[in-house]
Design a binder for this molecule. Structure first.
Ligand SMILES: NC(=O)c1ccc[n+]([C@@H]2O[C@H](COP(=O)([O-])OP(=O)(O)OC[C@H]3O[C@@H](n4cnc5c(N)ncnc54)[C@H](OP(=O)(O)O)[C@@H]3O)[C@@H](O)[C@H]2O)c1
Length: 257
């Protein structure tokens, strides 16, 4: 594993949850870290935590559904803290509901944030990464990249797509110094999980504890993952020149292949 000391990372969705944990873990490992999302107070707070670790940092207001903003992001990061060596496509959203009731807007939004956004951002970073023959792309997918999701078709489709994109990029980048890998978390203790529990509560009338227990019933560890456990794998992938095209489960053994 190479040291990532002094390398520059951009983490999307870095204002909370898994993205926050990844941003801080990369900074602890020595990287300078830019943090992007829409909610300014959150990314500003995480950037302050990165700065407290004596790394360069930058918070970037970014809506992944805005193509112009995405296209401009790598140059903005480069001006602030240096050109991006490590791109972590972490931002994601979920939409609940059966396919027969799936609204066009929900499908479009999930695909835009979870799949098109990562492609656009990777595409914008690649010329520089290829020039320098150095790039690590880490895409945060999901266990839903491996299995279907009842009442979560848009999310599962976006994450399956993200895995296919990751593997394709890995093949293209292999002789150009760029690796691409995915992380596939199971349920993880973040706002997204809280919102999923709330959706189950409102759809079924169960209590939050019952909903949580039902969501974790098939998990061998019997608990949700922690954001820091996902972040550990992101640091590994950010520092490895020899791992590419892979998908790492961080799901307590929920999916085994
Ligand atoms: N938690 C889980 O159980 C779980 C399981 C498997 C996979 N994942 C994946 O892990 C990743 C992180 O999720 P999380 O659990 O940490 O969720 P979270 O707490 O809801 O955080 C999601 C992040 O994505 C950002 N984001 C959402 N829409 C965006 C947009 N249009 N443009 C830019 N940023 C946007 C959010 O910031 P703003 O709202 O401020 O923009 C936030 O920082 C996601 O890809 C998710 O699919 C989560």
């Amino acid at each position: 594993m190479e040291s990532i000391e002094g390398r520059v990372a951009l983490v999307t969705g870095g204002g909370r949850g898994i993205g926050q944990a990844i941003a801080l873990a990369l900074a602890r490992a020595g990287a300078h870290v830019a943090v992007a999302a829409r909610t300014l107070p959150e990314i500003e707070a995480v950037a302050a935590q990165v700065a407290a670790l004596s790394r360069r940092t930058f918070f970037l207001a970014l809506d992944l559904t805005d193509r112009a903003q995405v296209a401009a992001a790598p140059a903005a990061v480069a001006r602030a803290i240096g050109p991006i060596d490590i791109l972590v496509n972490n931002a994601g959203i979920h939409a609940s509901g059966p396919v027969h009731a799936l609204a066009d807007e929900a499908w479009d939004a999930v695909l835009a944030v979870n799949l098109t956004g990562p492609m656009l951002l990777a595409r914008a970073c690649l010329p520089h990464m290829y020039d320098r023959r150095l790039g690590r792309v880490v895409n945060v997918a999901s266990v839903a990249a491996r299995v279907g999701l009842k009442n979560g078709a848009a999310y599962a489709a976006s994450k399956h797509g993200l895995l296919g994109f990751t593997r394709s990029l890995a093949l293209e980048g292999a002789r150009r110094g760029v690796t691409a890998n995915a992380i596939c978390p199971g349920w993880t203790e973040t706002q997204m999980m809280d919102e999923a529990i709330a959706a189950v509560v409102s759809a079924t009338g169960r209590s939050a504890d019952e909903a949580r227990a039902a969501m974790l019933r098939s998990n061998p560890l019997g608990r949700a993952s922690l954001p820091e456990e996902v972040a550990d794998v992101a640091v590994l992938l950010a520092g490895s020149p020899g791992i590419t095209g892979q998908a790492y489960q961080v799901d307590g053994g929920e999916f085994m292949a």
